[in-house]
Design a protein around this ligand. Structure first.
Ligand code: PMV
Length: 296
């Protein structure tokens, strides 16, 4: 058994929500994530991290029990540490599920088995997850994801995003559930929006493969408009999106479930200058490279 493992968080570059209905999404791993450590113990147990709400604690305990049962209760005690803010759209539960699955399973386990065990845990957190979060974390590469399948998307140029937090938001389960009710009530109208999002995802994937970052940025802006039409944006998100575009971003949009706040991503040729400015103005933000050649 491995003694330590990492599960990266993720950003959805294009296609959140549509992916729940079987449409494609583009998502990449970020530098922040969850690390898990396992050490021998009398019984299988998870040391719960501090600073969790009661409901997060309950969900984590149930998810861990579900995974431990699947792998027949190995005698280990697992400790986790995360530098991802929970419930912000950065895939903290998927990253946690992958880190824990990696230390619960033998080191030679196939990637697919890690993904299956992580999915068991994700079901406890999200109800009906599309699977994009834990798959992106487990693959560790920018992927085009659809109905459980993932294709790696490469970029000839460094593809870096700025990730900024627009404030607190509700749980993914609640936002996804409320959208499900709206689309069940007015299916034709909502289907048109999901189909349009799927086209934008395909355009975005082609732009990445060609290294056309301005075209990708434009696809992100259009996707943001469509997410707003789906009722998933809010004043704190819009304010940050417009601020980032005014700072020179090729594109900016919410990432993840959206709602009252959460994470926003922006595509800049060189995001580092914008990070310095935003931090000085008190905005919680960082950069991450999703694909392309890495400079040392
Ligand atoms: O906000 P997050 O990190 O939980 O991402 C949710 C992404 C959705 O597409 C809205 C849901 C899903 O299961 O894919």
């Amino acid at each position: 058994m491995r003694t330590t493992a990492f599960g990266p968080g993720k950003v959805i570059v294009l296609g959140e929500h549509g992916v729940v209905y079987g449409h494609p999404a583009l998502a990449g791993p970020i530098s922040r994530g969850v690390r898990a450590w396992a050490e021998p113990s009398e019984r299988t147990q998870l040391e719960l991290p501090d600073a969790l709400t009661d409901s997060q604690r309950d969900a984590l305990e149930r998810a861990f029990a579900r995974a431990a049962k699947k792998v027949k209760h190995p005698k280990v005690s697992i400790h986790v540490e995360s530098d991802l803010p929970p419930s912000m759209g950065l895939g903290s539960s998927g990253a946690l599920a992958v880190a824990i699955a990696r230390v619960l399973l033998p080191p030679v386990t196939k990637a697919r088995e890690v993904e299956n065990l992580a999915l068991e845990m994700e079901r406890e957190f999200h109800g009906t997850p599309s699977g994009v979060d834990h798959t992106t974390s487990a693959r560790g590469e920018l992927i085009l994801f659809q109905r459980g399948r993932a294709k790696v998307v490469t970029c000839p140029r460094p593809l870096k995003v700025l990730v900024a937090i627009a404030g607190k938001r509700g749980p993914t389960k609640v936002t996804v559930g409320a959208l499900r009710e709206r689309q069940a009530r007015w299916p034709a109208r909502y289907k048109r929006l999901f189909v349009e999002i799927a086209s934008v995802v395909k355009d975005g994937a082609a732009a990445i493969r060609a290294g056309e970052l301005e075209s990708l940025g434009d696809a992100m802006n259009v996707n943001q408009g469509l997410l707003s039409a789906l009722g998933l944006s809010s004043p704190p998100i819009e304010e940050l999106v417009y601020r980032l575009r005014a700072m020179g971003a090729y594109g900016a949009k919410l990432t993840g479930a959206g709602g009252d706040g959460g994470a926003v991503i922006a595509l800049f040729p060189e995001p580092e200058h914008a990070v310095v400015k935003l931090r000085a103005a008190g905005v919680d933000c960082f950069t991450s490279q999703l694909a392309g050649p890495r400079t040392l």
